[in-house]
Design a protein around this ligand. Structure first.
Ligand SMILES: [Zn+2]
Length: 151
């Protein structure tokens, strides 16, 4: 059988729902608010109380103004896909392909999350696609994943 070439290979339509297993982040004093915010159904980022910029990943000092008065604040959970890739490698036998996305939050265009895009047909994912957060709960952690707006 002839091997399909990259330009002609069309994978079967499947709905992406994230990898078959998760490596969970280790919670510490600095990042715990971020990974547990989903318990309240909201996404939070550290916000500098001096220059009012969101900061991610969490840091003890604002990289913009060097202020240290930082506090978690909720965002809308909306954003857009800035870049993405599809994982077809079956790290676990018979697992489905899934989408790794880079999502820029609506509130600030230099705050981006590396995440999974879920509840979407892989062929429908596009750069610029509006997405919203959905949380996947594992133990103490609520992983922020994103799905197309209005699913
Ligand atoms: Zn600042």
């Amino acid at each position: 059988m002839r091997r399909p070439t990259a330009s002609t290979y069309h994978p079967p339509a499947v709905t992406a729902n994230g990898p078959p297993f998760r490596l969970l982040p280790r919670l510490d004093e600095e990042n715990e608010f971020f990974w547990t915010s989903g318990a309240q159904g909201v996404l939070r980022f550290l916000k500098c109380q001096d220059c009012r910029r969101f900061i991610h990943p969490p840091s003890p000092i604002c990289p913009i103004c060097l202020g240290d008065d930082l506090a978690p604040e909720a965002v809308s959970g909306r954003g857009e896909v800035t870049s993405f890739t599809v994982n077809y490698q079956q790290w676990v036998p018979d697992s489905e392909p899934y989408v790794i996305g880079w999502v820029t939050i609506a509130e600030q265009d230099d705050v981006r999350l590396t995440t999974n895009l879920v509840d979407v047909e892989i062929d429908d994912v596009a750069v610029g696609m509006p997405v919203e957060v959905v949380f996947e709960h594992h133990e103490d952690v609520y992983l922020p994943l994103f799905r197309p707006v209005g699913q």
